[in-house]
Design a protein around this ligand. Structure first.
Ligand code: FPP
Length: 250
């Protein structure tokens, strides 16, 4: 009890240290370590994913209160199909349940959007994506992008294919393709590039997440498994971000 109180006080003190004028606009989160979290507790991996999905709500809510405008969360990568069928099915069911909970984050005024290759997702999931995107489209507090069947390389290839089609149609000049034109054709074309990318669970890699948008991202890693990643850890990540010297190559 006493320890809890002390922890809460420390957390509050940390939150007060945050400079509201230097918040990252766009935070990417790689929700890693769900499997290990479950294993440590003798639970099935799916229980770890469920705890991870729940934690995403907690962290999104908290980030919104802090004033962060965009979060992109890596929920399922183009490579995750290689996992055992049982785990893929459990993740798809979890996504379905998550998308069906239309009123989640309503009080926090969060709009939910999905990025990724939707063609491989079931009709049921596609329908729920349409429903939740439409249902939450007027919420203007913050935007939560769920990356589902998302891969950074797939996203860039998709933009390149689109540019090729436009070049064939004669609407653009083939030799004149600029970085800006690619930025306008990635899924996150109406969002600032990722200022901060958080990856818990001890892995130090990007795993095909936001490749185009992370050219000048700051990275924040920790050993904590995602379901245990707390609002205090998020606060610490933001404070560390605010102490970085971002020069953008200048
Ligand atoms: C990586 O942890 C995590 C994933 C492959 C999926 C992340 C998905 C969720 C948190 C749940 C689905 C999301 C929503 C929003 C419903 P891992 O399984 O690779 O962990 P490990 O490295 O410990 O095995």
């Amino acid at each position: 009890m006493f320890i809890d109180l002390k922890k809460r006080r420390l957390h509050k003190r940390l939150v007060r240290e945050i400079d509201p004028n230097n918040l990252p606009k766009h935070v990417g989160i790689i929700m890693d370590g769900n499997g290990r979290w479950a294993q440590k507790r003798g639970l099935p991996r799916s229980a770890g994913h469920r705890a991870g999905a729940q934690n995403l709500k907690t962290i999104t809510e908290f980030a919104g209160e802090m004033g962060i405008r965009y979060i992109t969360a890596y929920a399922f990568s183009t490579e995750n199909w290689k996992r055992p069928k049982e785990e893929v099915d459990a993740l798809m069911q979890l996504l379905l349940d998550y998308l069906r909970d239309k009123n989640q984050l309503a009080g926090k005024n969060v709009s939910i959007r999905v990025i990724g290759d939707r063609s491989a997702l079931s009709d049921e999931i596609n329908r729920e994506i349409d429903v939740i995107e439409d249902y939450t489209k007027d919420r203007d507090g913050m935007v939560l992008y769920l990356a589902i069947n998302y891969g950074g390389r797939q996203e860039i290839a998709r933009a390149v294919n689109q540019l090729c089609r436009e070049a064939c149609d004669g609407t653009i000049e083939p030799g004149q393709i600029s970085e800006q034109m690619i930025s306008e054709r990635v899924y996150t074309n109406d969002v600032p590039e990722a200022d901060l990318i958080i990856r818990p669970s001890g892995e130090l890699r990007l795993s095909n997440f936001l490749l185009w948008q992370s050219a000048y991202s700051e990275f924040w890693f920790s050993d904590i498994c995602w379901p245990d990643f707390s609002t205090k850890d998020f606060t610490q990540a933001i404070l560390d971000y605010q102490n970085r010297n971002r020069r953008f190559g200048g």
